[in-house]
Write a protein that binds this ligand. Structure first.
Ligand code: CP
Length: 302
């Protein structure tokens, strides 16, 4: 895995993903391991972020690495018209690893092709979010003690949800049964559904979540993402399609846990936060351990 960019979750084999998750367990037990003191990590966020950006920075700091970068494009030469190619070529001279979030699908892949150092995709438009996928897998493993033979209910924006696209691809390796809950306009794209069909796995589509969540080992809630809609009226029509509230958690499986990549708007009521099923803030914490593991592997430190 040394020097290997991570742009799509499919770039890493199942064995490589499992290696990262195993190492993340080690960082969970002992997060402060200053094994990257000589390293510089560039954090380039062309799109807003709280968790991904800060958990990468937290992971880098706990490893003793230094972080350079930006989260305001207006403060960089991009605002003067510099190309992504020139920006990446330059930043790769100053760092050992680049973490990039960009609103254009394919921007991270392009960055990895012009960079002298490995690149991690921290989310490219509606396409992929592979490190979120790894922390989602870690969270599923932590809560279910296995990744195999689970029923996963994915709810919300399955069309534009990059975390959903990455997770579905990854879970097709583990004999998952998928329950896809979305408004008709926001169904899982055919290209992602093809991964399920190619593995001959079962999937069911719904427009309401009540029936589906009773079958779930994992309920993966997602936000309807205003920023992905070109027509604001269309967003207004679907924005409140789903709200998971405490009263819907009767008759669920005893092992069922609720994940959400966050941020949430109103798709999970706050009355769910203190239920035994709520796991989304633990999930956000897992992001630090998983990113510590990934950085260590790519930099050849573990
Ligand atoms: N899960 C996630 O990508 O959150 P942020 O947008 O806050 O990074």
């Amino acid at each position: 895995m040394k020097n290997k960019s991570l742009i799509s979750i499919s770039d890493y084999s199942v064995d490589e993903i499992m290696e990262v998750l195993e190492l993340a367990k080690e960082f969970e037990k002992n997060p402060s391991q200053r094994i990257a003191e000589s390293k510089v990590i560039a954090s380039l966020f062309f799109e807003p972020s709280t968790r991904t950006m800060m958990s990468f920075e937290s992971a880098a700091n706990r490893l003793g690495a230094r972080v350079i970068g930006f989260n305001e494009v207006s403060s960089t030469s991009v605002s003067k018209g510099e190309s992504l190619s020139d920006t990446i070529k330059t930043v790769s001279l100053y760092s050992d690893l680049i973490v990039i979030r960009h609103h254009i699908e394919g921007a991270a892949r392009f960055a990895s092709e012009v960079s002298k150092v490995p690149v991690i995709n921290a989310g490219d438009g509606a396409n992929q979010h592979p490190t979120q996928c790894m922390l989602d897998l870690f969270s599923i493993l932590r809560t279910q003690n296995t990744l195999d033979n689970l029923d996963i209910v994915l709810v919300g924006d399955l069309k534009f949800g990059r975390t959903v696209h990455s997770l579905v691809k990854a879970m097709t390796n583990f004999n998952t049964t998928f329950h896809l809950v979305s408004p008709v306009e926001l169904k899982l794209p055919s290209a992602v559904k093809m991964f399920i069909k190619n593995r001959k796995l079962k999937y069911y589509q719904y427009t309401s979540m009540e029936e589906a969540i009773k079958k779930a080992d994992i309920v993966y809630m997602t936000r309807i993402q205003r920023e992905r809609f070109s027509d604001p009226l269309e967003y207004e029509r679907v924005k409140n399609s789903y709200t998971l509230s405490k009263n819907l958690l009767v008759d669920v499986k005893p092992n069922m846990k609720i994940l959400h990549p966050l941020p949430r708007v109103n798709e999970i009521s706050e009355d769910v936060d203190n239920t035994p099923q709520a796991y989304y803030f633990d999930q956000a914490l897992n992001g630090v351990y998983v990113r510590q593991a990934l950085i260590s592997k790519i930099l050849g430190l573990k």
